[in-house]
Write a protein that binds this ligand. Structure first.
Ligand code: MTE
Length: 397
């Protein structure tokens, strides 16, 4: 692994923004306050959630850094950062979401295992880099290939970080070859985030970005990219990030019965209010994010202040100031939508938000129907309980 290494302890971690909420220190897992997410359409790098499984790798010498493309292909190659930067550069605005986003709320219904995330294990960034389809082509595999002549059907990303789940080995994950070689899928080998060189926390010098797919498949600190016959057999593909039904518990789980989760489903959350927020007015502004996976944009976001009896449609409020790669300049194919609504709130209301994507998929009403032992993909209607403060001229308890 020339030029890059994964340290065995946490003594050389990068500096982080003090307002991040730390969910675990070693490995470092943190999310910004909810309100930070709705203050800009493109999430600032220092306010972007950080999800790690080991100490942050160190690049000793960027000149000697190489990523290898190897496995079941006509010729293996080693590429320097200069080689990657010679390929056409694309800027893709894409939302990255950890499958564990909103796990804490799922845990309140019935205990689940995993890092406790509120609603901010998600962010929207402009990722700059080469298309994976172009990189793989350098190794002799054409665009839109399902299988190589040697039987390669999956593309495995391998990192250098040392993860205890992999017994000290590196983090890895794979995507199907047909996805990796499809230029329309916009899978990137990214070296920039929001126009800046990727920082260490987010994968310097090179990471995969797989738009529309759970964050776990966007592998950071790339060391090698392997063309393999079967999907990656690593821990995070085979024994984690799989969606089980509510009937499966730790004493009856059979990991091989479920496929690794790829697309994320339609999701939204209110970010302008903490849960159990105190309201001092009857009219309030609600804002938040909505996103869906697989290239499905957001059709609408509905808001209710009466427990779901009646709904009003929120409006989109992001500025279209970010470059989009999709054909339609107004497309939110890979990116979230920020929404807002002005509502009159009854006393001690429960405010609910639910999103609908362009395939008319709707978020499920309750956590119970999607509960799963790993606490992934909590996409139930997002609820915030408001309590009213006693104030003259305003409604009161
Ligand atoms: N890549 C490596 N090498 N190691 C990791 O721990 N975590 C994955 C993914 N890629 C991870 C990784 C998970 S679970 C998520 S959600 C995203 O990175 C988080 O990316 P971020 O920290 O840049 O937000």
């Amino acid at each position: 692994m020339p030029g890059i290494r994964g340290p065995s302890d946490y003594s050389q971690e990068p500096p982080r923004h003090p307002s991040l909420k730390i969910n675990s220190k070693e490995p470092f897992n943190s999310e910004p306050p909810r309100s930070a997410l709705v203050s800009s359409y493109v999430t600032p790098v220092d306010m972007f959630y950080k999800r790690n499984h080991g100490p942050i790798p160190i690049v000793d010498d960027i000149e000697s850094y190489r990523v290898s493309i190897t496995g079941l292909l006509p010729k293996s190659i080693m590429l320097s950062m200069d080689d990657i930067k010679k390929l056409p550069k694309y800027n893709v605005t894409a939302t990255l979401q950890c499958a564990g986003n909103r796990r804490t709320a799922m845990s309140k219904k019935r205990t689940v295992k995993g890092v406790g995330w509120d609603v901010s294990a998600i962010g929207n960034a402009i990722w700059g880099g080469a298309k994976l389809a172009d990189v793989i082509e350098l190794a002799g595999i054409c665009k839109n290939t399902t299988s190589t002549s040697l039987g390669g059907k999956h593309v495995e990303f391998v990192s250098v970080d040392m993860c205890k789940e992999e017994n000290g080995g590196p983090y890895k994950a794979s995507i199907p070859l047909r996805h990796a070689t499809n230029p329309e899928a916009d899978v990137l080998l990214a070296y920039e985030m929001n126009g800046e060189i990727l920082n260490r926390d987010h994968g310097y010098p090179l990471r995969g970005i797989v738009p529309g797919i759970i964050g776990a498949r966007s592998v950071k600190w790339l060391d090698s990219i392997n063309i393999i016959a079967e999907e990656c057999q690593g821990f995070f593909m085979q024994r984690d990030y799989k969606m089980f039904p509510p009937s499966v518990d730790w004493d009856n789980i059979i990991w091989s019965t479920r496929r690794p989760q790829m697309d994320f489903p339609v999701q939204c959350a209110i970010c302008s209010l903490e849960d159990e927020a105190i309201a001092s007015q009857d009219k309030i502004k609600i804002s938040g994010y909505a996103a869906s996976g697989g290239g499905r944009g957001i059709e609408r976001v509905d808001i209710s202040v009466d427990g779901g009896k009646t709904w009003l449609e929120a409006s989109r409020h992001q500025k279209r100031d970010a470059p989009y790669i999709a054909d339609d300049i107004n497309s939110d194919k890979w990116a979230w939508v920020l929404f807002e609504a002005q509502v009159d709130v009854p006393k001690n209301a429960e405010i609910i938000a639910k999103a609908v994507d362009t395939a008319a998929n709707v978020q499920p009403e309750t956590v119970e129907e999607i509960w799963n032992l790993r606490g992934i993909l909590n996409t139930s209607w997002h609820r915030v309980h408001l309590r009213h403060m006693l104030q003259s001229g305003h409604s009161s308890l």
